[in-house]
Design a protein around this ligand. Structure first.
Ligand SMILES: CC(C)(COP(=O)(O)OP(=O)(O)OC[C@H]1O[C@@H](n2cnc3c(N)ncnc32)[C@H](O)[C@@H]1OP(=O)(O)O)[C@@H](O)C(=O)NCCC(=O)NCCS
Length: 429
């Protein structure tokens, strides 16, 4: 068997042999296929990159058919159960699990970089009282590039490393402050004696007490949720980080672009949309009418379907378990009943079966977040905090990959050409 593709161009009768490597052909190899010498070479048309690999990556493996998700080769189920978010962050960034010494050093560094410059606080306080926390997060992460101008020196490994530590460390601070801002409450400084998720909970919810004492079950559930969201190979926001990063801009600007992508309802905003949908449905008796509307194409069943997972989303299974732990502390969210019934009905319905639509990670995460008293606008912020190590691991891979170039897709031009410009005074006369 030869690892190549023989292509016959029926316009000219010419044949070409194109090498196949790792199940792909190089799109640039198609450029030699031309209808005539003075014509442009053949290109591929792939809106949404549904069948185009943009990079080689050793960070995350997904088998959508089998419902497998692995970070650096380790199954998500094992990491969620036995690891911690900061250990997973280390794994994603460094490619391997840490020794005890490496882990302690990593945690120490992250912990001692949680504070931000006081001007960041002043800057955040300048937002309108009702500013969306995701907009605040995106702007403040972008603004960090002005506090660390040396971050633009992306060729220096030590410099890259300190920016990575800073970003993972400061993300909860910025996220918590965006949350406090909307409530008109004072911003709470980090507490270096707490672990990552306890510290985040403290910055979110602490009032006049000297020390915020988070329920360990809640802190653990949050840590697990961060692990589940830590990376997901070439999704929309990671692609945004890589695309913007390919211009060799500093990592704060690249991650700010990722946050922008994550803000959209088809990506990170889906769990907020799930909750709104569940509230609108209200009770179980309304579900059949709602499902009919989805099948008639009036709207989508939010939290269902995935570009990659076509049998089940392994993260959804873990989240369902985390739901039970959280509800043990907070009491059951009444919308859980609606969600469970909706899932049951949809999974038995021909429309969803035929299209391989299953609950994704967002179907249940919103219910947990709500039980933790987060308003829906905060859900995507939590996602962004979890995804930060993944974005940075992918960015790190990008900037060290000699094959990468500035992202610059082709287009198929459909507009007019060679019009004669008529000046306004003539057109409007
Ligand atoms: C995630 C998502 C964007 C993936 O989209 P995709 O891979 O581009 O799939 P398509 O949009 O091509 O959908 C394929 C078919 O399933 C249908 N479909 C996909 N998701 C659906 C949903 N959630 N509800 C109802 N129908 C859905 C589409 O209408 C389409 O049907 P058709 O073939 O009759 O036209 C999509 O499933 C979706 O919008 N889900 C809801 C939002 C969500 O939960 N996002 C979070 C992702 S983690």
């Amino acid at each position: 068997m030869t690892d190549s593709l023989t292509v016959r161009d029926n316009r000219t009768g010419a044949e070409y042999e194109i090498p196949i490597t790792d199940g792909t052909i190089r799109a640039a190899d198609l450029g030699q296929i031309k209808a005539a010498d003075d014509q442009p070479g053949l290109a591929t048309y792939d809106p949404g990159f549904v069948n185009t690999a943009s990079c080689r990556s050793a960070v995350t493996y997904i088998d959508g058919e089998a419902g497998i998700l692995e970070y650096r080769g380790y199954p998500i189920e094992q990491l969620a159960e036995k690891s911690s978010f900061l250990e997973v962050a280390y794994l994603l960034i460094h490619g391997d699990l840490p020794s005890k010494e490496q882990y302690d050093d990593w945690v120490h560094h992250i912990t001692y970089h949680t504070f931000v410059h006081e001007n960041v606080k002043a800057f955040m306080q300048g937002f309108r009282y009702d500013a969306h926390p995701m907009g605040m997060l995106m702007a403040s992460v972008g603004a960090l590039s002005t506090f660390y101008p040396e971050a633009s020196n992306i060729a220096d490994p030590d410099n890259r490393h300190i920016q990575i530590v800073r970003m993972i460390a400061k993300m909860p601070t910025l996220g918590a402050w965006a949350f406090r801002h909307a409530q008109g409450k004072p911003y709470i400084y980090p507490d270096n004696e707490l672990n990552y998720s306890e510290n985040f909970l403290s910055m979110l919810f602490k009032m006049s007490e000297t020390k915020y004492d988070a329920d360990p079950r809640i802190a653990k559930a949050l840590d697990t949720l961060f692990i589940l969201h830590a990376d997901h190979e070439q999704n929309c926001s990671t692609n945004a980080v890589r695309s913007v990063g390919s211009s060799q801009v500093d990592p704060y600007s690249a991650v700010a672009a990722g946050i922008g992508a994550l803000f959209g309802p088809l990506h990170g905003g889906a769990n907020e949309a799930v909750l709104k949908m569940l509230r609108r449905i209200g009770n179980k008796s309304e579900i059949p009418a709602f499902i009919d509307g989805v099948k008639n194409g009036n709207e989508r069943l939010m939290g269902f379907g995935h570009r990659v997972y076509k049998n089940f989303d392994p993260r959804a299974t873990i989240i369902k378990k985390a739901c039970d732990d959280v509800f043990e502390v907070t009491g059951v969210n009444p919308l859980l009943e609606v969600a469970k019934e909706l899932e049951k009905i949809a999974l038995e319905d021909e429309y969803f079966i035929k299209r391989k639509l299953y609950p994704n990670v967002d179907f249940y995460s919103g219910l947990i977040y709500e039980a933790l008293e987060f308003p829906p606008e905060m859900f995507t912020v939590l996602f962004a905090i979890g995804r930060t190590p993944g974005w940075l691991a992918q960015w790190l891979e990008l900037v060290q990959d000699k094959e990468q170039k500035i992202a610059r897709p082709k287009q198929i031009y459909t507009g007019q050409r060679q019009l004669d410009f008529v000046p306004a005074e003539v057109r409007w006369a």
